[in-house]
Each structure stands twice: as C-alpha cells, then as structure tokens.
Design a protein around this ligand. Structure first.
Ligand SMILES: Nc1ncnc2c1ncn2[C@@H]1O[C@H](COP(=O)(O)OP(=O)(O)O)[C@@H](O)[C@H]1O
Ligand SMILES: [Mg+2]
Length: 579
C-alpha cells in the first residue's frame, strides 16, 4: 500500500513532462478568474453610475467592458480546457503504455493469479477513471480555486464586514458536505465491485455461449444477469440520492447567506453607509461563487476516485518482474539442442510440490515423450523449459548453459511450441503464421504452411492467406487450426520443439495429416512430445513416464512394455483395451 505522498510523487512523474501545457492552462484559469472577479467588481459602477446617476460616459463604456471581459474569459477557458485535457491524456497514455509493457513482462504466475477479466478492468476501468478524475481534479480545482479567491477578494474589498457574514456560512456548509461525500464514496466503491461481477458474467457468458446454448441455460444466465444489474442500480441509486442531495443543500446554505447579507446590506444602504452598487456587487460576487464552490466540495470525491485508481494501477506496476534477464545474460545463439534437467524441483505454491528431484538428459535431435496420468506434471516440465517459471531448486541447461543465465530473448529464439489450445490471434492466417518470425517473406510463410499440410485448405479459402480468423477461429476446424499452429512453429525453425497434446483435439482423418506435419516439424530437432494417445509416441527415442511429479520409468516403447507391473504397461493396456 502506497502512502498518499508517494502516490502523488509517482503521478507527478507522469505529469511533469507536460508541465508546459499545465502552465498554459493555469494562465487560462487566471484569465477566467480575473474576468469573473472584474465582472463582480463592475456591478458597482454599473449600478451606481449607470442606473442611479445615469453617467453618460459610463453608459457608453460598461457594455464594451462587459463584452471585453467575456472575450477574455472565453479565451482563458479555451486555453485552460484544451491544455489541461491534452496534458492529462498524455500522462494517462504513458501510464497505460507502462502498465501494458510491465504486465506483458510479468511471469505466468502473475497471469495465473489474475484472471483476464480483472486485468482488462485494470487497463480500461482503472486507467479510465484515473483519467477522468484526474482531469476533473486538475481542470476543476485550479479554475475554481482561483475564481473563488478572486471573488472573495472583490467581496472583501467592497465591504469586508458584509463579506465576512457570507463567509461564516460557507465553512458551515463544508462539513455536512464532506459527510455526504463519504457516504457517496462507500456506495460508489460497492458499485464498482458489482460492476466487476457484471463484467465477469458478461465475459463468461459471451465466451461460453456455446455451452450456455448447448444446455439451454439462456434463461438462467439472463436472470442472473438481471439480478446483478438490479443490485448495481440499487447501489448506484444511493449514490444518486446523496449526490443529488448535496446541490440543494448548498442552495439552501447560499440562500441563508444571501438572506443575512441582504438584511444587513439593506440597512447599510438605508443608513447611506453603502451604495446600492456595492450591495449588488457583493451579491453578484456571492452568486458567482456558487458554482465553483459547489464543484470544489466535490473535489475530494474526485480526488479519492483518482487516488484509488492510481493505487490499483501502481500496485500492478510494482509487481516485481520474477522472470528477467540476469545482469550479464549470455546469448545462447542457435543451440544444438542438448537439454538437461538436473535435480529439478518445482512448486506453483510454496506448500504443494509439483515436481520433485527430476533429472533428465536429452541429446540434440532426440525425441522425448512425456507420458503419465493427467496432473502428473508434464505441462509443468515444458513450462519450466520455456522459463514461464523458475525451478524452486535444481537447474535446467541447454547445451550446458543454465537457462536462467541466458537472455530470455535468445532462449525463446531456440524454442517453438505447439499446444492443445492452438490459440490463434484474431488476424489474418498469414499474420498468424508469421507471428513466430515477423520478418519472414510470403514465400517462407507458404512453405511453412505447405510442410504443415495447411497450404491446401488455406489456398481454398476465399481470401487465401489473407483470410481473417474470426473470434476463436469458429470458421476453422480443430485440425485446421492445429496445422496453422504447426506452420507457425515450423517457420520459427527453432532447434527445440515442444508439442503439448498437440494432436489431442483431432479427428482420425486430420490426425494422419497432422501427424505427418508434426514429423516434418520434428525432423532434426530436439523434441518434447506430450501425448495422451500412446500410439503417437511409440517411436520416440526415449519415453519418460511420470507420476505425481516424479519420473517412474524411462525407456523405449518395447523396453517399457516388458515391465509387466510398470505404469507404462498399465497405461498401454488400458488404451489397448479401449480400442
Ligand atoms: N498455474 C498453476 N498454478 C497452480 N497449480 C497448477 C498450475 N498449473 C498446473 N498446476 C497443478 O500442477 C499439477 C501438474 O499439472 P500439469 O503439469 O498441467 O499436469 P499434466 O500436464 O501432466 O496434466 C496439477 O496438480 C495441477 O493442478
Ligand atoms: Mg498438460
């Protein structure tokens, strides 16, 4: 938790580069405030000389003065709004950039703990509310404060005793208003929580629409949504209630102030201690004060919202980069592909070991299959090799280099992965294949697709390689998606390959093709294959059988089958019986 001062200091880092704009904006608000003050001050000669004394010179001058002042105010307002808003927006833009690139560099552990929806909300809602509240605070506070000061100056200059009466009332109003503000804040916070649930429901419902429709659950989901929506309204209506209450409250307080002033002022005018013009001038000043004062009472609310949002944003920016380059990280270059796990242990959470003392040596070009019941730790092994996480103890080496000592960029350059999810971006097919090698030529992309047995169906699409993959690739079959992912991995041309259940979602027809594509991909590469179907890994150079994070057997298919009581034999028999 950051204290207030360091929060301001960190915000200032983002605002500081734009202080020229802020200075211009301040100058603008000085013009506005000056014009308002002068207007209030002008009421006196206007009433005394024009209306009462009918002074010809003033009759000519006053309308021009008023017009001039309005022009000054208009110019001031433009400077003030334009420059403060662009300054705020520029500051927010760099906060958003920093946030995004920081989050992109955070470890998979962070993404495991923070669901996509929450991260989206941080980037959109928190940054947005930081932006609007910050602009409100910067724009409003500056103009209103200066205006208020100018008007107070005019009032005191005209008749300090009368002005004093008016200003006894203002502080009296401030206290209840701050109480109301607290109420508003607590309901607003509750509302934000409900809004979070609402967006979670939305996200889940849209991404899971197939399941919802499949089980005919549209009604239930709609009624749950309706419930959350209603409770959002109920909370928000409390915010509205208090918020709507605060303006009339100020009206009443202002009314009381006016009452006192006019009572006193009339007396003064009657006793000829004060001119009518002076009375009007003070009343004018007080009325002009109404709007800025009202906005200033809300200043604290906006400030709280902005600070709350800033706190959440900075908390993410403060997440330490768990996986990062060491100071003198070496460049792995193009590795031969010798991979060694030396006594590696790992836990996602401190208390639950997932891999225990795992040792494994793989020679360049070897195909290693990882098999075992689900939850045994197969995917975890590949995640450690990709350095999504660092082992709790032990080391993983490639060509003898500890992977935590080589640069992340060069490590990743040596790895290509195809997994079960076969995630494709919502872009063209060519873009998706080229993702692994942005500088690849069209010919290289097509060649990769050809080797992945994807060229034929891609060419048959209406827009060929320029066809956009719709959300979740609804227009492609599982096998087609998988082959695009294989093309992506092929194009990478990395010496080490990880195939995590890369064929699990396929039908038999496309499986044959994907198998052939994978064989193309595995050629001359160190390959880790994770597969449920043992038929697909029978020819591996080495089969590693895992159970509860430990290696229980290692060998070739035939050797392992000979261990009659072995886990591999049991798994094999089970699958053999099924088919
Ligand atoms: N991100 C994660 N956070 C916490 N635990 C995890 C995470 N991913 C996997 N696990 C746990 O680690 C164990 C091994 O998972 P995994 O490596 O995915 O197994 P496999 O791929 O062999 O099915 C499982 O018990 C699983 O619940
Ligand atoms: Mg897995």
């Amino acid at each position: 938790m950051l204290d207030k001062r360091s929060l301001y200091r960190r915000l200032w880092v983002y605002i500081k580069p734009h202080r020229g704009r802020i200075a211009l904006s301040m100058f603008g608000s000085l013009l506005c405030a000056g014009a308002d003050g002068a207007m209030a001050r002008l009421i006196q000669p206007f009433v005394d000389k024009v209306i009462v004394a009918k002074d010809a010179e003033m009759i000519f001058l006053v309308p021009w003065l008023i017009l001039g002042l309005q022009l000054v105010k208009a110019g001031g307002r433009y400077l003030q709004e334009y420059f403060i808003k662009t300054a705020g927006q520029l500051a927010i833009q760099s906060i958003r950039n920093d946030l995004f690139s920081h989050v992109m560099n955070l470890s998979m552990r962070f993404f495991g703990k923070n669901p996509t929806g929450v991260l989206m909300s941080k980037h959109l809602n928190d940054v947005q509310s930081l932006q609007s509240s910050l602009a409100e605070v910067l724009v409003g506070a500056m103009r209103d404060l200066v205006t208020l000061l100018a008007l107070i100056g005019v009032a005191f200059y005209t008749d300090w005793k009368m002005a004093a009466i008016a200003f006894v009332v203002l502080p009296l109003a401030a206290w209840p208003i701050s109480m109301i503000g607290k109420r508003i804040k607590s309901y607003a916070r509750k509302g934000q929580g409900i809004m979070g649930e609402l967006s979670r429901t939305l996200e889940q419902s849209f991404s899971g629409v197939k399941v919802i429709k499949g089980f005919g659950a549209e009604k239930e989901i709609s009624s749950r949504f309706r419930g959350e929506n209603l409770s959002y309204y109920k909370t928000l209506s409390k915010v509205f209630k208090y918020d709507a209450g605060s303006s009339p409250f100020i009206e009443i307080v202002t009314g009381i102030g006016m009452f006192a002033i006019i009572r006193y002022g009339m007396e003064q005018v009657q006793n000829e201690v004060m001119t009518v013009g002076q009375l009007f001038s003070i009343c004018g000043a007080i009325m002009l004060m109404y709007a800025p004062f009202k906005r200033l009472t809300k200043f604290n609310n906006y400030l709280q919202i902005a600070m709350g949002a800033a706190e959440r944003v900075f908390a993410v920016l403060d997440e330490p980069l768990e996986i990062r380059d060491q100071e003198k990280a070496i460049d792995l270059g193009v590795a031969k592909g010798a991979v060694v796990f030396d006594d590696v242990s790992f836990a996602y959470d401190d208390d639950q070991p997932i891999l225990s003392s795992l040792s494994l040596a793989v020679s360049p070009g070897e195909v290693v299959a990882l098999v075992g019941p689900s939850g045994a730790g197969k995917t975890t092994i590949s995640a450690l090799l990709c350095r999504f996480y660092d082992p709790t103890s032990g080391v993983i080496t490639i060509d003898g280099h500890d992977i935590s000592a080589v640069s992340l960029a060069s490590l990743k350059q040596n790895l290509a992965m195809v997994d079960q999810e076969s995630f494709l971006f919502n872009e063209t097919i060519a873009d998706n294949i080229r993702f692994s090698k942005p500088q690849a030529t069209d010919a290289e992309v097509i060649e990769a697709a050809r080797q992945a047995f994807a060229d034929e169906f891609i060419a048959a699409l209406p827009d060929g390689y320029q066809t956009r993959i719709g959300d979740r690739g609804l227009r492609l079959s599982g096998g087609q998606r998988q082959r695009i992912c294989i093309a992506r991995a092929l194009l990478r041309n990395a010496p080490i390959l990880i195939l995590d259940e890369a064929t699990s979602a396929l039908d038999t027809e496309s499986e044959a093709m994907v198998q052939q594509a994978l064989l193309n991909l595995m050629h001359n590469r160190t390959t880790f294959v994770i597969a449920h179907r043992l038929s697909t890994i029978m020819h591996a150079d080495k089969i590693v059988v895992l159970e509860e994070g430990r290696i229980v057997e290692v060998g070739r298919h035939n050797e392992l089958l000979e261990h009659v009581d072995g886990l591999y034999r049991r798994l094999y028999d089970m699958q053999f019986r099924e088919s």
